[in-house]
Design a protein around this ligand. Structure first.
Ligand code: ADP
Ligand code: MG
Length: 337
């Protein structure tokens, strides 16, 4: 942990601008204000404990309080495909943490793990050894989704359709099956439990598994890691979205881009973030997800960071991102989008 630049310090839980000891030239970062919505110190703070820890604790309480208040729920189930054919950009991390945050806001949420690695299942503490009924059985054997969905123990209202290693063969097995692109869509349409959100965690490829997700979904969520090659390959993903929209699913659109592993201390990260915002002004969430050790530690405990360390910057920023997603959805509904 100590070799990691994001190793926790006493100032770590304080989101960017409230950090009194910034460790780099961070003040000019675009989106830097995003995690915390407040700028100047509250005059009342002069009367109370003003240490970074105390302020972080107050902010955590405030944010968790907002979570408990809940958020408006969508009129219809929002099926969101978390995709980017690059590996390691934060698809799985964003899927499970946004899902947990939305559920903590009072929504009913299903995570569909569509990656043979089963990382989303692991992070949600869901058993996914080879004999567990899984999304493979749904896609290849035609099993009902209801037969494989498991509740997530730690978070009320959160469910998971796990992936087992069998799914590694599905990409090839699907080729010879009827309606090979729309098997997930069929399963989701037949699922009768009331849900506010379905988040589909895609594998790092644009094969038939991802195509199944794009056919089943309405919205595409693209996590982008703020690093040098961030935009490479994005064109290919966007072309695939266009192809699926043109031929198989006219409702599909990229609704959300989430900047992940944002390190406010590097100029490169802020340049990449700015570039992405310039290209996709409407889609990029104001909130970006900082690089955080707590986020990367959580899966090894079978947890999301939302339960592993609810007061951490990582948890607070996912909560804020989830809030934006929920509110943008309501705004889009109002516009009839
Ligand atoms: P993908 O699903 O796109 O392959 P992951 O979500 O598995 O990417 O993330 C890749 C790695 O980066 C994982 O080890 C994860 O724990 C770590 N990671 C993701 N987001 C963050 C973050 N904000 N801060 C620190 N580590 C992160
Ligand atoms: Mg993944």
């Amino acid at each position: 942990m100590s070799s990691d630049v994001t190793a926790r310090t006493s100032a770590d839980p304080v989101p960017g601008p409230r950090d009194p000891y910034p460790s780099g030239p961070a003040g000019d970062e675009p989106g830097f204000h995003d995690v915390s919505r407040e700028t100047g110190p509250d005059p009342a703070d002069a009367l109370v404990d003003d240490t970074p820890i105390a302020r972080a604790a107050r902010q955590a309480v405030e944010t968790m309080g907002r979570a408990a208040e809940g958020l408006p729920r969508p009129a219809e189930t929002r099926v969101m495909v978390v995709a980017n054919q690059k590996g390691g950009v934060g698809k799985t991390t964003s899927t499970v943490n946004l899902a947990a945050a939305l559920a903590m806001h009072g929504a009913r949420v299903l995570v569909v793990d569509l990656d043979p690695q089963g990382n989303a299942s692991t992070a949600l503490g869901i058993d996914h050894h080879a004999s567990v009924p899984s999304i493979y059985d749904v896609l290849v054997e035609g099993k009902d989704l209801a037969e494989v969905v498991q509740p997530v123990v730690d978070v009320e209202g959160l469910f998971c359709a796990p992936a087992t290693i069998d799914l590694a063969g599905a990409e090839i097995e699907l080729v010879s099956l009827v309606a090979r692109e729309s098997r997930l869509q069929r399963a989701i349409n037949a699922y009768e439990q009331p849900l506010d959100y379905i988040l589909i965690d895609c594998p790092p490829s644009l094969g038939l598994l991802t195509v199944n997700a794009l056919v089943a979904g309405r919205e595409v969520v693209i996590p982008i890691q703020c690093e040098y090659y961030a935009l490479e390959g994005l064109g290919q993903l966007l072309r695939n979205v266009e192809l699926v929209r043109g031929h198989l699913n006219p409702h599909l659109h990229v609704s959300t881009i989430l900047l992940t592993m944002y390190d406010a201390r590097t100029r490169l990260a802020s340049q990449v973030a700015q570039e992405v915002r310039d290209h996709f002004p409407a889609e990029v969430l104001n909130t970006s997800i900082p690089r955080s050790v707590r986020i990367s530690e959580a899966p090894s405990y079978g947890q999301t960071v939302m339960t592993y360390d609810p007061g951490s910057t990582g948890a607070l920023s996912y909560l804020e991102a989830a809030r934006e997603i929920a509110l943008r959805g309501i705004a889009a509904e109002a516009k009839g989008a």
